[in-house]
Design a protein around this ligand. Structure first.
Ligand SMILES: NC(=O)c1ccc[n+]([C@@H]2O[C@H](COP(=O)([O-])OP(=O)(O)OC[C@H]3O[C@@H](n4cnc5c(N)ncnc54)[C@H](OP(=O)(O)O)[C@@H]3O)[C@@H](O)[C@H]2O)c1
Length: 410
């Protein structure tokens, strides 16, 4: 029986999980691919670390050793930084290998170049694990894109932020206490900036934007906010209103205009992401034929991520052409200004002076300095420049004044 030879770059959580899954699911792989899958080599950084790897696998710190293997069909990348990873994958494609990556930062930066190069060399690219860990969102979008027109993708794409928000609400913790709990549980790095400031979700949103709409916004024009401004008091207020803070990446396109944001928003219990808690991720896709689909599941972890990578292995070995996920001719699109957008509902906190632009309607006094208001984003931003203490969050989905009045009165 012929053999598919695989090299794994990185032997941390993802690399090792994938290696073990190839062993535990060898029978299924052989059945579906009609060939045996063998790990030929593993690239690591630190030679001193003890690792449980079969003796017949080449373990090396030199990428050239991998490129020089007599047979190499697939290169799976699970390293942390964008450099030198991109160069490794470029060379792998040039050698004629299919590639698979779990590295969202690298793929957000260099995905377009890699997909174009792969198309040129007639090889495939798997990147399921770059977005929402074990949730098959990339494959779902690939499948939907055949005929459906996707209108909006909204997702909770960072498990660490979602865990922190859940802990703050359920256990009445401060942001700092919930962050510490995330670090103690291994859900947050010692430096949590990427997660809590929204960079991780931003990279994933860029990957989804390219795939769902064939476009990505000008990165600098995207509103990217993390969760650090959310206090326990704000969470309590939201809870009394029947709302929850969720950190949501939203990508939508209407009238040929792309709109992307990554920020905390308030959702009511009718919203599909309201009940997504802890380290779970979820993605809601709206498209014209099917309507709405919500996928929920583990956004990280050894085996959920291995599941995404191993399914990608099957995908690339079937060698699908790389036509999806490539930017269309317009390349990048300036994210349209929300000033032109319709009115939204907002939670305003720290508003003690009610002398405001009459176009903003204060529709509910929640408590001292806290209001529900209706207005355009530009108007709310202008208000915040006059009120240093003001912070504001959009309420997405349907908002019923009567319902909220009833809850406030309780
Ligand atoms: N962890 C998850 O649940 C998860 C989920 C989805 C996506 N991802 C993404 O998957 C990638 C890997 O994450 P991870 O959690 O597996 O990381 P990790 O546990 O820190 O492992 C990283 C691995 O990469 C190796 N490495 C780092 N720099 C290298 C270099 N220059 N050359 C060769 N090897 C190098 C390390 O080698 P040593 O072992 O020698 O130090 C280590 O084995 C990241 O891009 C991450 O964002 C992770």
């Amino acid at each position: 029986m012929s053999v598919i030879k695989v090299a794994i770059l990185g032997f941390g959580t993802v690399g090792e999980g994938f290696y073990r899954t190839i062993q535990s699911h060898a029978e299924e792989l052989t059945a579906v691919l009609g060939k045996k899958v063998e790990v030929a080599a593993i690239l690591i950084k630190n030679k001193q670390k003890e690792r449980d790897i079969n003796k017949d696998v080449l373990v090396t710190t030199e990428f050239t050793d991998i490129l020089n293997l007599p047979q190499l069909d697939v290169v799976v990348e699970a390293i942390v930084d964008k450099d030198p990873t991109y160069i490794f994958l470029k060379k792998a494609i040039e050698r004629g290998c299919h590639i698979i990556t779990a590295n969202k930062e690298m793929f957000a930066h260099y995905g377009q170049e890699l997909l174009e190069l792969a198309k040129e060399h007639h090889v495939s690219v798997g990147y399921e694990a770059t977005v929402a860990g074990g949730i098959p969102v990339i494959q779902t979008l690939r499948q939907l894109l055949n005929v459906n027109r996707v209108q909006q993708v909204q997702g909770i794409l960072n498990g660490t932020s979602n865990f922190i928000l859940t802990e703050m609400r359920e256990k009445k913790l401060s942001f700092a206490q919930a962050l510490r709990a995330a670090q103690e549980n291994g859900f947050a790095e010692a430096d949590p900036t990427n997660d809590v400031e929204g960079f991780d979700a931003f990279y994933k949103a860029m990957i989804l934007s390219r795939l769902a709409f064939g476009e990505e916004p000008n990165w600098h024009a995207v509103e990217r906010l993390g969760i650090t401004s959310i206090t326990r008091e704000l969470i309590d207020t939201a809870e009394r209103l029947g709302l929850r803070f969720k950190h949501i990446a939203s990508i939508s396109k209407s009238s040929h205009q792309l709109k992307v944001s990554v920020k905390p928003v308030l959702v009511g219990n009718e919203h599909p992401l309201y009940h997504v808690e802890g380290v779970q991720n979820a993605v809601n896709i709206s498209s014209d034929i099917v309507g709405q689909i919500t996928l929920q599941g583990p956004g990280a972890g050894m085996y959920p991520t291995a599941s995404a990578v191993i399914e990608d292995l099957v995908y690339v070995c079937q060698n699908r052409p790389e036509s999806q996920g490539l930017l269309s001719t317009s390349e990048t699109n300036t994210a349209i200004s929300d000033l032109e957008q319709k009115e939204e509902n907002w939670l305003l906190a720290g508003l003690f002076n009610n002398a405001i632009d009459p176009s903003i309607k204060l529709i509910e006094h929640v408590e001292d300095g806290t209001w529900i208001a209706k207005g355009k984003k530009g108007e709310i931003e202008a208000l915040s420049t006059q009120n240093n203490e003001l912070i504001f969050f959009p309420i997405i989905g349907e908002y019923e004044k009567e319902q909220i009045s009833a809850r406030v009165a309780l």
